[in-house]
Each structure stands twice: as structure tokens, then as C-alpha cells.
Design a protein around this ligand. Structure first.
Ligand code: 5AD
Ligand code: SF4
Length: 478
């Protein structure tokens, strides 16, 4: 099979923020490609963050617009797309494993077309490995060109050759693309794309490009449409939602957007992810004032030590972080706070690690995603000296998790005897006599009920017992 290198990724180019103004285009399916998917099935494997989940909903929408229908599994579908994550090495290792399995399937069904997209193709190392070691992959595209999918698929089907198109410079914004949303009661809503923070450990600013905010009216209209369709909850998405609007040069911030979205009639608003440096008073006041903005905040701290925070380029001290937490707790007393923490950053000392434990003890996060630092080629941290052994990093992670779990449990126990309101997602995985969903504070709640009409509704539940990862309750009437 001849290889054509249309466009290869380049981390150096990706670091540059060249394009001044982001262009906003309206998505339109070119007549040439209409019905090209007719009679074919597709399946998407999605890995990583909510941003990828939202992208997969757009990819599904585009494919269905082309005539494809969703297959039951990847194994028997005509087109398989892997939407990948590059945030840590173990995320990438999973993808290499899945590709290994697909190789066997494709050997039996050579007409199957395999595409790979998302953050991994944006890294030159990963794309080179895809080309040399995974020749059965037909189509490689990045995070900036999912809207070109009809053209890329047309080429992949017609050219008998691998199609590689990864754009490393800034992406634009496309409005109006079809979306096949995974659920009917809660939805992801992108408010911005990319990240300009360049935390030294993180690959995202390279794989997702510069910060680009959607116009506020486009966001508000999308939420209004969702309300009309009966949606109860939206989660606003961005790598740093608190920087919303900065690139637009308008005097309109994330806090303003929350106040405006509260007026759309949507029952619940959540958002992720926040950056402690940019979390401002207006946002905190909007959380306090707007009934629809849920009393829950994910505020990644990464480390409780000032020297490590500096090396990470986080641009705040642990005290500045604690000061914002104090304001949040004062203004929204019922708030549930969660965070992200990295242990074993290059040359992290025992004392520096202990400062993280101290901060966790002080804030009492009700949940945390904890990670061992993973070296990402091309980032500044990858060039830092690191004498901490992997064994020691695992010991630190275990110690941190023990503490985090203690507060997880406390966070669920504090609702015992109280009535919370659960947006019901569906039947509990482990007990088919239970339904489950999330409360205002984003607590996973299970309760006995076989009433399927409750799915997608917000119902009052009295919490009977808080466990570490969830709470058990019973339906009550108000
Ligand atoms: N190693 C470990 N964790 C990382 N994260 C981002 N980059 C890395 C890395 N190289 C974590 C951060 C971030 C979360 C999404 O992933 O904690 O907040
Ligand atoms: Fe990565 Fe930092 Fe941007 Fe988050 S804010 S995506 S950790 S660079």
C-alpha cells in the first residue's frame, strides 16, 4: 500500500501561537460526499477527557449525516475510529493494545477501514509509530480537522492508500455541525477549545492548540435548544473555562456567561475544568447566585508545594489557592470541592510531597483524580532531571490515595439523613433493582426503584448511607 504524507504533526509548530484571530465557520456537508456512508456501519472508541467525548459526538453526527449507521461493536463495523488521549503514557499504551486487537480483526475483514484521531496523532512520535508499526491503519487525523472527515474518508476509500492529515497550527471554530449526543437528559457544551497555559508537564496546549472561545450567543442558543429538547443538565467544557472570552477581547467573562445561561431555563449547569489562577470573584458570585449552577467545583491544584507549583508553571502559590477555597466555602457553604493532583513531579522531595498531603488535609477535597507524573516528550518537564524512583512515586500515590479516600467517604457521609435531588441516569450497573444518578453536589446516588420513567428526571432522594464512592438512598416525596 502506497503511503502519502499529506500533513504530518510537529510539536514545534504546535507551540507557536501564530494566528491572531480565530475564524468561525459554519459546517456544511459538501454535496460530493452526501450518502457516501449509505449501507455502511461505524463504531467509535473514545478515550480520555470530556473534550474527546464531545468530539466523538460530533464525529458520530457527521458520520450519520453521511449515511453511516451505528454498529453494535467495533468488531463487526465497516468503519472503526479510535478517538485517542495522549495525556499520560498509560493512556497511550491502552490505545496501542486496542490497535493490536484490531489488527487481527482487520486481517479477517480487510474491507474494514480503521481511523485514528484525537490527541495522539498530534504528537509526531506517535504518528511516526503509527505509520511504521501499524500499517493497517487507513486514516490518521488530528483534533483540528474532524470537520474535514467527509473529505478524508472519501480519500481513504478512493485512494487505496493511507491518508494522514494532522494540522499542528491553530484550529478554527465550526458552528452548526451535526451532533449525535450520547444521552437525552444531559449534554456537553464546548465553550472554548485549546489551552494557552503551558503547564510544564502537559501535552494538551500542543495537541489542542491555542485558546479559542465560542461566541456567547452561539453557546446560549445551543443551551436554549437543549432546554427545548428536554435536557436537564449541561456541562460547559474547556481546558480552562475561567479564561473564557479572553481571546475575544470583549468585556465579557465566564462569570457573565454563567449569569446568562442561568436565564435559559436549564435546570443544572456544571463546568470543567477550572484553573485556580483564573477563577475570579464573578464566577464565585455566579455560583452563589444562580440556582442552576450546581454547588460543586473541580479545581485542579496539582501540588501543595510552592517550589513544585513554580516548576509546573501553575502561576499560583498554595496560599493563593487556599485563599480562593476560603472564599468559595464562605460564599457557597454547601460546596463540594474536587481536584487533580500529580505526585512524583521531577525531583519532588519528601517534604514537597508532604506539603501536598497538608493541603489535602486542609481543603478536605471530597474527591480527587491522582496521578503519577508521566513524562511527555516535547514538554519542558521532560527535560528536567528526575532522581525519584518509580517505586517511591507509587508509594507516594498510595499514601495520597489513602488520605483522599478518607475525605471521599466523609463527603458522602455528610449527606446521610438529608434529601438530595438526583438526575437519574439509568439502572445501576451492580444491582438491577436500583436506579442511579448524580445529586446537586455530583454525588453518585443509588436507590431502589424499577420505575424507568424516572430516567432523565430529577427526583428527591433521602440519603441513608454514604460509602466511599457512592451513597445509598431512598425515593421520597417532597
Ligand atoms: N503526568 C501526569 N498527570 C498529568 N496530567 C496532565 N499531564 C500529566 C502528566 N504529564 C493530569 C493533571 C491534569 C489532568 C487532566 O491530568 O492533573 O489536571
Ligand atoms: Fe494542561 Fe495546564 Fe492547560 Fe490544564 S491548564 S490543559 S494542565 S496546560
Amino acid at each position: 500500500m502506497a503511503k502519502i504524507k499529506l500533513s504530518m504533526p510537529n510539536l514545534g509548530d504546535a507551540r507557536m501561537r501564530k494566528q491572531k484571530n480565530t475564524m468561525t465557520y459554519t459546517y456544511r456537508l459538501d454535496d460530493t460526499y452526501k450518502n457516501e456512508g449509505h449501507g455502511k456501519t461505524y463504531y467509535i472508541y473514545t478515550y480520555g477527557c470530556q473534550g474527546n467525548e464531545a468530539d466523538s459526538e460530533v464525529i458520530s453526527g457527521i458520520l450519520e449525516d453521511l449515511g453511516y449507521t451505528l454498529a453494535i461493536s467495533g468488531e463487526d463495523s465497516d468503519l472503526v475510529i479510535l478517538n485517542t488521549c495522549a495525556i499520560r503514557e498509560n493512556a497511550e499504551n491502552r490505545i496501542w493494545g486496542v490497535l493490536g486487537n484490531l489488527k487481527g480483526i482487520k486481517a479477517k475483514r480487510p474491507n474494514m477501514l480503521i481511523g485514528i484521531c484525537g490527541c495522539m496523532p498530534q504528537e509526531e512520535n506517535a504518528t511516526n509509530k503509527l505509520i511504521t508499526s501499524y500499517p493497517f491503519v487507513d486514516l490518521i487525523f488530528g483534533t483540528h480537522n474532524i470537520y474535514d472527515l467527509p473529505k478524508l474518508l472519501h480519500e481513504a476509500y478512493s485512494k487505496e492508500s493511507k491518508v494522514i492529515e494532522v494540522i499542528s497550527t491553530e484550529g478554527d471554530i465550526y458552528e452548526g455541525a451535526p451532533k449525535h449526543r450520547a444521552l437525552n437528559h444531559k449534554a456537553w457544551v464546548n465553550i472554548m477549545f485549546g489551552c494557552d497555559e503551558f503547564c510544564t508537564y502537559c501535552i494538551v496546549p500542543y495537541t489542542r492548540g491555542k485558546e479559542r472561545s465560542r461566541a456567547k450567543d452561539d453557546i446560549i442558543n445551543e443551551v436554549k435548544e437543549l432546554v427545548k429538547k428536554g435536557y436537564k443538565e449541561v456541562t460547559l467544557l474547556g481546558q480552562n473555562v475561567n479564561a473564557y472570552g479572553k481571546d475575544l477581547g470583549l468585556d465579557y467573562t465566564f462569570g457573565d456567561l454563567l449569569y446568562d445561561l442561568d436565564k435559559t431555563g436549564i435546570a443544572r449547569i456544571r463546568f470543567t475544568t477550572s484553573h485556580p489562577k483564573d477563577l475570579d470573584l464573578k464566577t464565585i458570585y455566579a455560583m452563589r447566585d444562580c440556582k442552576s449552577v450546581m454547588p460543586q467545583l473541580h479545581l485542579p491544584v496539582q501540588s501543595g508545594d510552592d517550589h513544585i507549583l513554580k516548576k509546573m508553571n501553575r502561576k499560583y502559590t498554595h496560599q493563593e489557592y487556599l485563599d480562593k477555597i476560603a472564599i468559595l466555602k464562605k460564599e457557597i457553604p454547601n460546596i463540594s470541592l474536587t481536584t487533580d493532583i500529580i505526585v512524583g513531579f521531577p525531583n519532588e522531595t519528601e517534604e514537597e510531597f508532604n506539603n501536598t498531603l497538608k493541603l489535602v488535609d486542609e481543603v478536605k477535597f471530597e474527591g480527587a483524580f491522582t496521578f503519577i507524573y508521566s513524562k511527555r516528550e516535547g514538554t519542558p518537564a521532560a527535560r528536567m532531571e528526575d532522581s525519584v524512583s518509580l517505586e517511591e512515586k507509587h508509594r507516594r500515590l498510595d499514601k495520597l490515595n489513602e488520605l483522599v479516600d478518607k475525605y471521599y467517604l466523609e463527603g458522602n457521609k455528610r449527606f446521610e439523613g438529608k434529601i438530595v435531588h438526583v438526575l437519574v441516569d439509568g439502572i445501576s450497573k451492580n444491582n438491577k433493582d436500583n436506579l442511579c444518578g448524580y445529586s446537586e453536589n455530583l454525588k453518585l446516588v443509588h436507590f431502589p426503584s424499577k420505575d424507568m420513567s424516572l430516567i432523565g428526571q430529577i427526583v428527591p432522594v433521602k440519603i441513608i448511607e454514604g460509602k466511599t464512592w457512592f451513597a445509598l438512598g431512598e425515593l421520597v416525596s417532597e
